[in-house]
Design a protein around this ligand. Structure first.
Ligand code: CO
Ligand code: CO
Length: 319
């Protein structure tokens, strides 16, 4: 996308120029549309769970902008000649369950024949043009909050390599099917300056996009970053997805780590997430409002760092 010309259009409030979560298009002064699409190959064996995870993941980019999803289209690929069609039905049922939870109507979709199953959604949401939470407005003095623990990439790889069983990954599944809807409304109430969801580029990758787009430096305290159970142990046994290793190598170029940050932690902070939490930048005095908005939900309100003047990412470990 970087090499595509950016067409000037005053109705495009957020385009692809800032590597944000979703595009935003102004319809009227009081109404804009949020659009996003995501799909991928199964990361768990259960087709219903896969459908739920893929839908929650696709919806997340609307929530990360502060929008409300209204409708969605299914996108699927399926080896119809070699796999039972019932599996595709279960995937779509999972997606429909989560879309219903989000209040988004599924309007249709498209499936192609392919050797490997793939599923996701194109999601449409609405947003008040005055209240768009981009990744480009983090301010020095802000604190950074993360709403879900990290580790889904490592755990999915452990499952694929049969190092752990499907029961062990249930907590990760529970996180991945959890919508970022409550986190989104809580961040709006707390007047968040910036937000993004943590997905394929890992915490450091998405933090770097926020730092770049906002023209600030982000400081992360690894001791405050929540991890799913068994993740650090699995990384130490080199159960790490290729994508997370690539992320870590790339992230090392713009991240300065204190000596106290272990090699395993460096990988964990770059682990590619599916349907991860929101990374929210907000004024410290509004943390209590965010906390109240998240209480009674599964979402965490974990302070993981702060925004500073400058550029790039620094990581320490206070423990
Ligand atoms: Co995103
Ligand atoms: Co996205």
């Amino acid at each position: 996308m970087r090499h595509l010309p950016v067409t000037a259009n005053e109705r495009v409030l957020v385009g692809y120029g800032t590597a944000d979560d979703a595009g935003v298009y102004k319809v009227r002064d009081d109404l804009a549309l949020v659009q996003t699409v995501d799909f991928f190959t199964p990361i768990v064996d259960d087709p219903f769970d896969f459908g739920r995870i893929a839908a929650a993941n696709a919806l997340s980019d609307v929530y990360a902008m502060g929008g409300v999803p209204i409708s969605a289209l299914n996108i699927a690929a399926f080896p119809i000649e070699t796999l039972d069609i019932r599996i595709l039905e279960r995937i779509l049922e999972g997606g429909a369950t989560v879309a219903a939870q989000a209040g988004a109507a599924i309007l249709g979709g498209h499936t192609i024949k392919d050797s490997e199953p793939k599923y996701g959604m194109a999601v449409l949401g609405t947003i008040d043009p005055q209240r768009i939470v981009t990744n480009a407005n983090a301010r020095p003095g802000d604190i950074l909050v993360l709403t879900k623990p990290l580790g889904t990439g490592v755990l999915a790889t452990a499952l694929k390599r049969e190092v752990i069983d499907e029961a062990t990954i249930q907590e990760a599944v529970a996180w991945m099917v959890t919508l970022n809807d409550k986190a989104s409304s809580a961040m709006l109430a707390a007047h968040a300056h910036a937000a993004t969801d943590v997905t394929g580029y890992g915490l450091l990758g998405h933090a770097a996009e926020m730092a770049r787009a906002s023209g600030v430096a982000l400081h992360i305290d690894a001791a405050g970053v929540p991890m799913m159970p068994r993740v650090m142990e699995l990384i130490e046994r080199d159960v790490v997805p290729g994508g997370s290793k690539e992320n870590a190598a790339l992230h090392a170029e713009f991240t300065s780590f204190s000596a106290r940050v272990s090699d395993a932690m460096r990988i964990a902070l770059s682990d590619a997430q599916t349907s991860g939490g929101l990374l929210i930048s907000l004024a410290p005095e509004n943390l209590e409002i965010l906390r109240r908005g998240l209480s009674g939900t599964l979402a965490r309100c974990q302070v993981v760092g702060e925004v500073r003047e400058g550029a790039g990412i620094t990581v320490t470990c206070s423990q």
